[in-house]
Design a binder for this molecule. Structure first.
Ligand SMILES: Cc1cc2nc3c(=O)[nH]c(=O)nc-3n(C[C@H](O)[C@H](O)[C@H](O)COP(=O)(O)OP(=O)(O)OC[C@H]3O[C@@H](n4cnc5c(N)ncnc54)[C@H](O)[C@@H]3O)c2cc1C
Length: 481
């Protein structure tokens, strides 16, 4: 069995003592006890423990044939539709535990790494490319059930199409190629969960043009010269009653700084090769498999949002209003559309030359792009239905104080006591209006790239010849003779 337990994960990350900066100070001591990280690390540990739960075991692992070991399902490179479905089921077990609110639960990057490892033919015989390093690293990650953060995008200082002409001193780049490896200096935009994973996988941003920016590697989070500088935390307080979501799932985002970081050769997957860097992203298996993981999670998250909306409707008894029904139906339509697109991607999956069963990326792109646009509307619907209930949220301490009884009475809902009603609305607030909730909205909008450019990709890659031929055929038939 090579699946870690929660406490093994916590222990391993604590021992790394990676350089993580919060509020102007370097984190000292066990990071899993730090107020900013303890909630999310506990949740992550619970995910690892779920791998060992007897009644879930069949869903959580597969038998690795070469070693005979049981391996976490999210590392599986599927060879059949049934295996693709098994991946989805496992992803959704973890997503259900976090209500889909941890975008970077370990299955996200395990999926990415499996997809990279299944795309190594793109690197074969190309200059400065090391497909065997990637394959070996994939095996190593499986053998230790490693956790990962990742960073792709360069800092946001000049997004003009002509930015590449300007001298750039911020982007992480190769500054030395020496006997021991390559040396990286500069920064990458951000890494969600930066500093609380075993390793960080670093890839070129899609569409780069400068060879020194074209690289891919993985290094331990405590590599010398590597710094994770965190944003302000969105945890309001520790209480699961007051802050039910942020106290457990605030993943944190960090800027990643490389101060002359040495990447040993055996960890370099490619470098100084713009053509391969762009092809690896565009033509490899990363996009379809990452999208499959994402939509599997988003389906669970949508179910959670729908549940909250319907409970609000129940709690203040507003079901009879037609606009209320149509607003909840908007969420139902989003959920059913995502579910259908996910299944279509599996039905239309095709085995590639290497025998990998690759989900159809088009329905998945459509699902993610729609979600990017629809997610803010779903949170808006919760606000519209909840109205003042979204802010009249006395804390736990008020209910246990001398005025608790009065609050129980005056804040009661329709067939629900005051304490339970406030608990439900606190959940809705944390999802839609707190700092944590707003970050969730931004995350769903942007984490897989800019929605505008994603819709451009769909347009540019969609087979439009068939519908055009269809119309031309009709025009031909109706031509005046
Ligand atoms: C909460 C959160 C977590 C994230 N986590 C990670 C992570 O863990 N790892 C990681 O690598 N990345 C992560 N990202 C980064 C994510 O990939 C980027 O936010 C995304 O690719 C958009 O890039 P940007 O933020 O630099 O926006 P920009 O590219 O700077 O876009 C800003 C605005 O300019 C417009 N614009 C810019 N360029 C163009 C263009 N060429 N054509 C048309 N319009 C343009 C955009 O439409 C947008 O409106 C995360 C982002 C968020 C918000």
């Amino acid at each position: 069995m090579v699946m870690v337990t929660g406490s093994e994960y916590l222990d391993r990350i604590n021992r790394l003592e990676s350089e993580v900066w919060v509020g102007g100070e370097r984190v000292k001591g066990p990071i899993s006890e730090h107020p900013v990280f303890k909630g999310v690390m506990k949740s992550q540990a619970e995910l690892y423990d779920l791998q060992h739960e007897i009644n879930l075991k069949d869903k959580m692992f597969y038998d690795d044939l070469p070693t005979g070991e049981k391996v976490g399902m999210s590392y599986l490179i599927p060879k059949s539709r049934a295996e693709l479905r098994d991946r989805r089921k496992m992803i959704q077990v973890w997503a259900r535990h976090t209500a889909g609110l941890m975008g970077r639960s370990p299955d996200y990057m395990n999926t990415a790494l499996a997809a990279f490892a299944s795309s190594t033919t793109i690197l074969t015989d190309q200059p400065n490319c090391f497909p065997d390093n990637l394959k070996n690293f994939y095996e190593y990650a499986i053998a230790h059930d490693l956790s990962f953060t990742h960073t792709f995008i360069n800092p946001q200082n000049n997004r003009s199409l002509l930015a590449f002409i300007e001298e750039n001193s911020t982007n992480a780049r190769v500054v030395k190629r020496i006997e021991e490896g390559i040396v990286i200096k500069g920064a990458k935009l951000l890494a969600t969960q930066g500093g609380i994973t075993d390793e960080i996988i670093v890839f070129s941003a899609p569409g780069i043009q400068d060879p020194s920016h074209a690289f891919a590697f993985s290094i331990p989070s405590n590599t010398e010269g590597l710094k994770f500088v965190c944003r302000k935390s969105f945890i309001q307080d520790d209480s699961k009653y007051n802050s039910p979501l942020s106290s457990r799932f605030e993943e944190m985002d960090s800027i990643v700084i490389f101060d002359d970081v040495l990447i040993p050769w055996d960890r370099v997957f490619f470098y100084d090769n713009v053509k391969t860097a762009n092809e690896f992203y565009k033509d490899g298996n990363f996009v379809p498999f990452a999208l499959h993981q994402i939509v599997s999670r988003q389906v669970v998250k949508l179910e959670f949002i729908l549940g909250i909306a319907e409970l609000i409707v129940d709690t203040i008894n507003i079901r009879e209003y037609q606009h209320v029904q149509s607003k909840v139906t908007e969420i139902i339509k989003g959920l059913e559309t995502s579910k259908a697109l996910l299944l279509v991607s599996e039905i239309q999956a095709e085995q590639n030359d290497q025998g990998v069963m690759v989900p159809d990326r088009t329905p998945l792109y459509v699902a993610v792009n729609q979600f990017q646009e629809a997610y803010p509307r779903f949170t808006e619907i919760i606000q519209i239905l909840g109205a003042s209930g979204m802010v009249l949220l006395p804390e736990e301490e008020q209910f246990t104080s001398a005025i608790g009884q009065q609050l129980e009475h005056y804040l009661q809902g329709f067939e629900m006591n005051g304490r339970d009603r406030v608990q439900l609305f606190s959940l809705a607030f944390d999802l839609c209006m707190s700092g944590f909730g707003s970050r969730q909205t931004l995350y769903e909008r942007f984490f897989f790239g800019d929605p505008v450019r994603l819709s451009q990709i769909i347009y540019q890659s969609y087979d439009l010849d068939q519908p055009v031929a269809f119309v031309n055929e009709m025009i031909e038939k109706n031509k005046l003779t």
